[in-house]
Design a protein around this ligand. Structure first.
Ligand code: FES
Length: 79
């Protein structure tokens, strides 16, 4: 499924990036461009990354974290 329609990034693309070491939305944005346009996908992308990391490392999902190092108009509190 498409997570970032603006930049054509799918959940499979995100899984591939997480498997390659991506651990945050800002890193995903640098790698794929996801979230760099309208920003409406950022919260979903963050949730997917968190869930994929939790499954990969069997860690609890961290909620209410601030998405830093994104353009100001894309910064949001997740949770
Ligand atoms: S849907 Fe991802 S930047 Fe617009």
């Amino acid at each position: 499924m498409y997570v970032c329609v603006c930049n054509g990034v799918t959940d499979n693309d995100i899984r591939r990036e997480v498997d390659a070491g991506c651990t945050s939305v800002s890193e995903l944005t640098m790698r794929t461009g996801a979230g760099a346009s309208c920003g409406s996908c950022i919260q979903l992308a963050d949730t997917l990354i968190g869930n994929m990391l939790a499954a990969k490392h069997e860690l609890p999902v961290i909620r209410n974290r601030h998405v830093g190092s994104l353009p100001y108009n894309h910064q949001r509190t997740i949770g």
